[in-house]
Design a protein around this ligand. Structure first.
Ligand code: CV1
Length: 275
């Protein structure tokens, strides 16, 4: 199990909602959002999960909420990521690069980012129907449909469905089991929901895993082997244009700013890194 519901989550969600709708964040700011009623939005966020078993969240639990504050991104900027959670790199790059937008920068993603929450069937004295003590870890195989996973899955689906123009996906070349993980949200929900008629290119950005204590070259995929090659074929079979880049400078600059001594950085890093 993981941490319970974040204390004061209602206030946090309400505050973030107000920030977002008032365009205080430098994110794309739609007239539509200005009229969001934050109290009602937060209420609908909890509506489908209060007093519910946190491992039996209905697929549509957040539909009302997500229809009030749907994720939207500017054409040609939508960035997906998978297997690179450890260092927040795509989120941080997207934050300072107007050319990229990730789910965490959209209205629902911003509201829910870095929070923990889940329902509780027995209540725990707060009257909110949420468990403030523990929540299931959402990667758990015994609890696949948990409160939080259901949220990100649904929000991710909407993000992919509305994406237009060039899209991007950042993958970890050294992810155990392959950079393109079959069970990931990207593989199961985002890629299949991209629209062939409006997405002009899928750019795969393959980055090394800077969080590894010792870079393991043995398990480093390239654009021309392993699961990344599989992903390219999968996307091309869906009629998408696909490009793939290893160590793309658009992402690496931030990685290298943070891990300046990495063998993947510096003038000799392009191509075969010296490890
Ligand atoms: N997405 Br905190 C998915 N999972 C998220 C997101 C998020 N925005 N935010 C968080 N998580 P993995 P993936 C948590 O690295 O392909 C969206 C979840 O606990 O395998 O499954 C994004 O749009 C999840 O288990 O990536 C992104 O494009 C873990 O972080 C895609 O879905 C990420 O798991 C990434 O999901």
């Amino acid at each position: 199990t993981g941490p319970g519901t974040t204390s004061n989550i209602t206030d946090i969600l309400t505050g973030r909602c107000e920030e977002y709708r008032k365009c205080l964040l430098g994110e794309p700011c739609l007239p539509f959002y200005r009229n969001v009623k934050c109290r009602a939005a937060v209420e609908s966020f909890f509506k489908g999960i209060r007093n519910m078993d946190p491992c039996a969240t209905p697929d549509n639990a957040y539909d009302e909420f997500l229809n009030m504050v749907p994720p939207t991104t500017v054409r040609g900027t939508t960035m997906f990521w998978s297997g690179v959670m450890g260092n927040n790199i795509p989120q941080d790059v997207a934050q300072v690069t107007p050319e990229f937008s990730v789910l965490e920068e959209t209205f629902p993603g911003y509201m829910a980012g870095n929070l923990s929450w889940c329902g509780a069937t027995d209540g725990d004295g707060t009257g909110l129907g949420l468990n403030f003590t523990v929540c299931p870890t959402w990667t758990s195989e015994t609890c696949p449909n948990n409160t939080k996973a259901a949220f990100w899955a649904r929000a991710s689906k909407m993000l992919a469905t509305q994406a237009v123009g060039d899209v991007y996906v950042v993958l970890n070349a050294q992810r155990a089991g392959g950079a393109f993980n079959n069970g990931s949200i990207f593989a199961t929900i985002e890629a299949p929901n991209l629209n062939q008629d409006v997405v002009t290119n899928v750019a795969i950005y393959l980055i090394p895993d800077f969080t590894l204590p010792i870079p393991n070259e043995m398990y480093r995929e390239t654009c021309t082997n392993g699961s990344v090659l599989y992903l390219q074929n999968f996307l091309m079979n869906m009629n998408f244009n696909v490009t793939c880049e290893e160590n793309p400078k658009e992402i690496m600059w931030l990685q290298c700013a943070r891990f300046a001594n990495s063998p993947y950085c510096g003038p000799y890093a392009k191509g075969t890194p010296v490890v």
